[in-house]
Design a protein. Structure first.
Length: 147
C-alpha cells in the first residue's frame, strides 16, 4: 500500500513541476525585465531538475511517471501569459501564488511518501522556499516603487 501511495503522491507532484516548467518557458521571453527573465530561467531549470528527480524516483519504485498537466495546467498557462503581457508585477504575483501552491502540495503529500522519497522532497521544498523568498522580495520592491 505504501508504494502505491508514494507513486500516486509523486505523480501529483510531478504534474505541478511540469506546470511550473511550462509557465516559465512560455513567459520568460515575454518579459522586458532582464532580472525577472533571468530568475524565471533559473527557476525553470530548478523545476526541470525536480521533474527529473521525481521521474527517476517513480521509475525506481516501479511506477509510471505521468507528466500531463490537464485543464488546470492549461488554465494556469493562459493566465500566466496574460499576466506576462500585463507586466512584471502581475506575473510575479501569479508566479508567487503558483510557487506557494506548489510548496503546499509538497507539504500535503509528504506523509504519504516512503523515507527515501521524503528526503528527496525535503530538498525540493528548500528550493521552493528560495523561489518564494525571491518573489516576495520582488513584490515588496515593486510595492515600494509605487508608493
Amino acid at each position: 500500500m505504501q508504494n502505491s501511495q508514494t507513486v500516486s503522491a509523486l505523480n501529483e507532484l510531478l504534474k505541478g513541476e511540469h506546470m511550473a516548467i511550462h509557465i516559465y518557458e512560455r513567459t520568460k521571453n515575454v518579459q522586458a525585465d532582464a532580472q525577472l527573465r533571468e530568475m524565471l530561467s533559473k527557476f525553470q531549470g530548478d523545476h526541470e531538475r525536480h521533474a527529473g528527480e521525481l521521474t527517476q524516483r517513480l521509475q525506481d519504485l516501479g511506477g509510471e511517471p505521468h507528466a500531463a498537466t490537464g485543464l488546470a495546467g492549461a488554465m494556469a498557462d493562459m493566465g500566466a501569459i496574460i499576466n506576462a503581457v500585463r507586466g512584471p508585477e502581475h506575473l510575479i504575483r501569479q508566479v508567487y501564488d503558483g510557487e506557494d501552491k506548489g510548496l503546499h502540495a509538497y507539504e500535503d503529500r509528504i506523509d504519504a511518501l516512503d523515507e527515501a522519497s521524503k528526503a528527496m522532497v525535503q530538498q525540493i521544498m528548500r528550493d521552493e522556499h528560495d523561489h518564494l523568498q525571491y518573489f516576495a522580495a520582488r513584490i515588496n520592491s515593486e510595492e515600494q516603487e509605487h508608493n
